[in-house]
Design a protein around this ligand. Structure first.
Ligand SMILES: Nc1ncnc2c1ncn2[C@@H]1O[C@H](COP(=O)(O)OP(=O)(O)OP(=O)(O)O)[C@@H](O)[C@H]1O
Length: 218
């Protein structure tokens, strides 16, 4: 018998206004695996990941989260004068973690520094977030997700805007998180991300067509 996935949805239905986007989906995001969520533009991938993370409420069906979930959103525009550094954005992730308060200021700072280092952002982390390039902001957001230390890490196109080195580094990071038992799901259009994913969920036609293939690579 297989363990229940810590993040899962059953008979999931979601509509934007009156338009059904997700209809009757059963989705598992298992621990220790990287699940790629793929499909054409407008298929409902972002909607799915936001419903799984709990930032959107399912219209009907059941969404279960047995673990805290960190969501890495697509990089936002940010005004250049926004008074927050990249490192402070990452610190919001460390503060959000279940054990964040117990860590204390030194522990949280160390966790932030580690996450910043893992995404290769040390050189620019202390610049204002709004003055970073799009790819640099994206890397800061990935670091924020890592700093949460949640049992599930859901990412919406983390590779968008990243150079090749940063894409490869992100793939390695996600595999490392899965290797330590995190349930990882990643919306992506990147062929290399899909090739190395343990599982692939394909969403098509804006609704219920769902295919899961298990690579079983790990
Ligand atoms: N806030 C919204 N209000 C109304 N419709 C929306 C909203 N957000 C998304 N939609 C619609 O829901 C559908 C799914 O959008 P979603 O962003 O989930 O797709 P996606 O698969 O992530 O697309 P992409 O690959 O282009 O990022 C699309 O038809 C889109 O137009």
């Amino acid at each position: 018998m297989t363990d229940l996935a810590p993040v899962r949805a059953r008979a999931l239905f979601y509509a934007h206004d009156e338009t059904p986007v997700l209809s009757g989906l059963d989705v598992d995001i298992p621990a220790g695996r990287v699940t790629a969520i793929i499909g054409p533009n407008g298929a409902g991938k972002t909607t799915l990941i936001e419903v799984l993370a709990g930032v959107r409420k399912a219209g009907s069906g059941e969404v279960t989260r047995d673990t805290p979930v960190a969501l890495v959103v697509q990089r936002p525009d940010a005004p250049a004068e926004l008074p927050i550094t990249g490192r402070q954005v990452v610190a919001l992730g460390a503060a959000a973690t279940a054990g964040g308060a117990r860590l204390g200021p030194g522990g949280r700072a160390a966790r932030v520094a580690e996450a910043v280092e893992r995404v290769g952002a040390t050189a620019f982390a202390d610049a204002p977030f709004g003055q970073l390039s799009g790819g640099q902001r994206q890397r800061i957001l990935i670091a924020q997700g890592l700093a949460v230390g949640a049992g599930a890490l859901l990412l919406d196109e983390p590779a968008a805007g990243l150079d090749e080195l940063s894409r490869a580094r992100t793939r390695e990071l996600l595999a490392a998180e899965a290797a330590r038992g995190v349930a990882v799901a990643c919306v992506t259009h990147d062929a290399a991300d899909i090739a190395v994913a343990d599982r692939v969920i394909r969403i098509e036609h804006c609704r219920a067509h769902l295919r899961v293939s298990e690579a079983g690579a790990r």
